[in-house]
Design a protein. Structure first.
Length: 164
C-alpha cells in the first residue's frame, strides 16, 4: 500500500512540475459529490497548457455504505462501512471555450473499515471518466458525468469548484 501511495504522489508531483514548464495553465479546486471520491471529495485539477487539452486530477474522498457492496468490491463484506481514498486521473478536455467534453481514465486507492469487524482493509479500482465540464480560465467550474469502473458500476457525479 505504501508503494502505491508513494507512486501516485510522485506521479502527481512530476505532472505538476511538467505543467509549470509550459507557461500558463488552468488549475482548479473542486468538490465532488459521488463519483470516484465516494460520497464526497476534494480534487485538485490542472491542465498542462491553457484551458483545454491534457491534464490531471488528484484528490481525497470519503464514502459510506450500508450494504454488501461498496466502491471497492469485496465478497462477503456486509453491514456499514466507511471508506477513504485517493482518486487520481489523467483526462483530456475537448473544446476551446468554456464548455468542454471530458474523457479520462484513472484509479482509486482506498481503505475501508467495516463497523462490524473493525478491521481496516485496502483495495483499488480503475475507472473511466465521461463528462461535461463548464470551466473558465478563472472563476466558477461545474461538471456532471459518469465514471464507469472495472466492476461495471457507473458512478454518476457532480463537481463544483473554482479555477485559477
Amino acid at each position: 500500500m505504501k508503494k502505491i501511495v508513494l507512486t501516485i504522489t510522485l506521479c502527481v508531483v512530476a505532472l505538476n512540475a511538467f505543467a509549470q514548464k509550459n507557461g500558463t495553465y488552468t488549475k482548479s479546486i473542486n468538490m465532488e459529490l459521488l463519483g470516484s471520491s465516494g460520497m464526497v471529495g476534494v480534487n485538485y485539477d490542472a491542465r498542462f497548457k491553457g484551458n483545454h487539452g491534457w491534464g490531471y486530477s488528484a484528490g481525497i474522498g470519503y464514502g459510506y455504505a450500508n450494504s454488501n457492496y461498496d466502491f471497492v468490491e469485496t465478497p462477503g463484506r456486509d453491514g456499514v462501512s466507511h471508506e477513504i481514498g485517493i482518486p487520481v486521473e489523467v483526462n483530456y478536455l475537448f473544446g476551446k471555450r468554456n464548455s468542454h467534453f471530458v474523457l479520462g481514465a484513472g484509479g482509486f486507492v482506498g481503505a475501508w473499515i467495516n463497523e462490524g469487524s473493525r478491521n481496516a482493509q485496502f483495495g483499488y479500482t480503475l475507472f473511466a471518466d465521461i463528462a461535461y465540464r463548464y470551466q473558465k480560465p478563472t472563476g466558477f467550474t461545474f461538471s456532471v458525468g459518469l465514471k464507469p469502473n472495472m466492476s461495471n458500476v457507473l458512478w454518476p457525479y457532480v463537481t463544483l469548484g473554482y479555477s485559477f
